[in-house]
Ligand binder design. Structure first.
Ligand code: ADP
Ligand code: MG
Length: 211
């Protein structure tokens, strides 16, 4: 992975977030405080704005910088969680600097574990982790099974979508929605939706450069 890929993926993420303004806003209005879209937009715009600064960095350093920047720009619960994801990814990529799919999978897994540790949450709690944990598990399995990158991306996008949809039926036990009890049922978790959008944006970017 080159830093130029991180830059183009960041732009795709920003576009995906901006394209889903009303959906992200209404999901967080339904079971949170309504600021999730604003938080994600601020974070995504900030990363695109520091493009020149990121361009000169190695991929691991760029991911670390992205994490630090998100920590200082995104408010709410999602800011520190996503920040720890990118910083952990950067740390693992620095250790395994072999530019291989298993290394990216290991970095993604470490990023998701960092979110779990920071947020003290797991699967089935109606959070972004209901997308991230299944995607991390599948990425890890497929990366070591000789599956080609196109099939990996297609599978991960599908799993992210399923994870996002699975949050609809759940009661929240973490985050703001935890106070709502059964009233949270019937609504997709906003953080799960934005993570699904980000995974889809990055996978589509990978598919684009493979063609
Ligand atoms: P806030 O909840 O502070 O308003 P956001 O609206 O930006 O922050 O983000 C809300 C999202 O953060 C939720 O939809 C959920 O996916 C995620 N989230 C909240 N708490 C946790 C946690 N402990 N672990 C993982 N994700 C969490
Ligand atoms: Mg919110």
């Amino acid at each position: 992975m080159k830093t130029s890929f991180i830059l183009s993926a960041s732009e795709s993420i920003r576009d995906a977030i901006l394209d889903h303004e009303s959906e992200l806003e209404s999901l967080d209005r339904a079971i949170g405080d309504g600021d999730h879209y604003i938080n994600m937009k601020r974070g995504a715009n900030t990363i695109v704005e520091i493009r020149a600064e990121l361009e000169s960095l190695t991929p691991d350093a760029a991911l670390n910088k992205i994490g630090m920047k998100l920590l200082s720009t995104i408010g709410g619960a999602s800011g520190p969680l996503l920040a720890s994801f990118f910083m952990s990814m950067g740390k693992i990529l620095k250790e395994n600097a072999d530019d291989s799919v298993p290394s990216y999978a290991a970095a993604f897994v470490a990023g998701v574990e960092a979110i779990q540790q920071r947020g003290k949450a797991g699967l089935g709690e109606k959070t972004m982790l209901d997308v991230l944990i299944p995607v991390a598990q599948q990425f890890s399995t497929l990366a070591t099974s000789n599956t080609n990158i196109k099939d990996i991306c297609t599978a991960l996008m599908h799993t992210a979508e399923q994870g996002m949809l699975s949050t609809k039926a759940l009661i929240a036990t973490k985050g703001r929605a935890a106070g709502l009890g059964e009233r949270a049922i019937g609504h997709i978790d906003p953080g799960a939706k934005s993570c699904q959008l980000m995974i889809e944006a990055v996978c589509k970017q990978v598919l684009l450069i493979q063609n």
